[in-house]
Design a protein around this ligand. Sequence first.
Ligand code: NAD
Length: 503
Amino acid sequence: MSNTTIAQENQEMGSSEDIKQVLNFIDGEYVVGGGKMFANINPATGEQSSMVSEAGKEDVDRAVKSARAALKGPWGKLTVAERCELLYKVADGINARFDEFLAAEIADTGKPKSLASHIDIPRGAANFKVFADMIKNVPTESFFLETPDGEGAVNYGVRTEKGIVAVISPWNLPLLLMTWKVGPALACGNTVVVKPSEETPSTTALLGEVMNDVGVPPGVFNVIHGFGPGSAGEFLTEHPGVDAITFTGETGTGEAIMQKASVGMRDISLELGGKNPALVFADCDMDKAIEGTLRSAFANCGQVCLGTERVYVERPIFDEFVARLKEGAENLVAGAPYDADTNLGPLVSEEHKEKVLGYFKLAVEEGATVVTGGGVPELGDALNGGSWVQPTIWTGLSEDSRVVNEEIFGPCCHIQPFDTEDQAIEWANDTEYGLACSIWTENSSRSHRVARQIEAGLIWVNSWFLRDLRTAFGGAKQSGIGREGGIHSLEFYTELKNVCVKL
Ligand code: NAD
């Protein structure tokens, strides 16, 4: 049965329920869960695009048990080469149905086609190939130990899968951030139960069809839908059959998940929130700094964990920088996702829009000068029901204001002038978060000197979001625990055992 079969059956029976239903995917089959049906809204228009079936506790239990059975059965018996061949087919399978994945992602997020077709879908597929290649080529350590009898002993490392991995993913880059975890988890021989965000369940559900089509055994990849507390997310993280939990989302949710993981001593990887700074020095290439900051503040409507919400600009170029960033923000084109000119989408939901507009109001109350934006755009009848806000820039806030300290996750940034390198570094680090930072300077000594002092997991010089998947990805301070990417993903998704052989 495919993900849409039930909708078709409803239509055939003359039911008014002809809207698409997004189902749970357990043990290779699409099933209606024991929870409620909830509406999935297209945030570009405000219209309902599908109904989603929430998994109940029994569904989550069945998903975990089917993941265990697959691990002990067909999946666990495959060679690394056979496993990797299947993962290559999964990537090819996504690409073969590129337009379906694209349409599903756009319906869930409202993001522009230009963005989703360039980033979300191709990178979502590539994650399966990158980590399949990695697992085939990774060495393990070995040591020769001298012993009193002179014969010695050989130690060598063996990597095996960790077991059942729970993957809990957010809504901002749904397919990409989910496969970023499912790809390496499967490459390392684990099986997974995935809980996508309730806002964006569709591409994760669709991936089940690809898994079946290419011959991934039932139970290797399971999807359960629903919410966090008291729903599928919590049922999954507290299930004793789960061996490890990997999560991307808000810091507060990470704390709740960490508590669940502590029962039974399950391993966790947490990729959490940020309040990322950009440091723009007077010796920067202004064109590059403006182009990069426009992307880092406004790409994906500011809903990128790595996005810049605090910009510190050296005083001699402050006025020029503010004027040029304003011009760039005002030239962004909000509109229908499939329009070729559109490069700014909506926020993911009305709830998130209310949160972001709350910060727009707060900024004014805290004394900000609104350089541009601050409200809701007028986009015409077809889109006015959507969750749109204007790209917004502020100046004039104090460093201890809430708007400068709390993650907003919208298309907005505050720009502050600085006078010395030390002051810029101090302000950049004066946050409970530590995810990412961009430094804009043509002075290479300065770039290295400043980068070392930034308290963040990811530091870019003269760029932003330039990702090499072999490198460590993760946050310092309250932006996360652990690193994924390259060998670091293998560290999390495998158990490293030492075998000691006495000669
Ligand atoms: P969220 O924490 O609200 O939700 C993320 C996922 O967790 C969803 O699937 C949700 O249903 C689930 N969830 C919520 N409460 C839960 C609970 N108690 N137990 C189990 N699961 C639960 O995050 P979001 O709003 O979807 O995403 C935005 C946040 O994600 C931002 O803070 C952003 O910075 C962060 N993020 C971080 C990274 C990173 O790599 N560090 C990447 C993307 C997004």
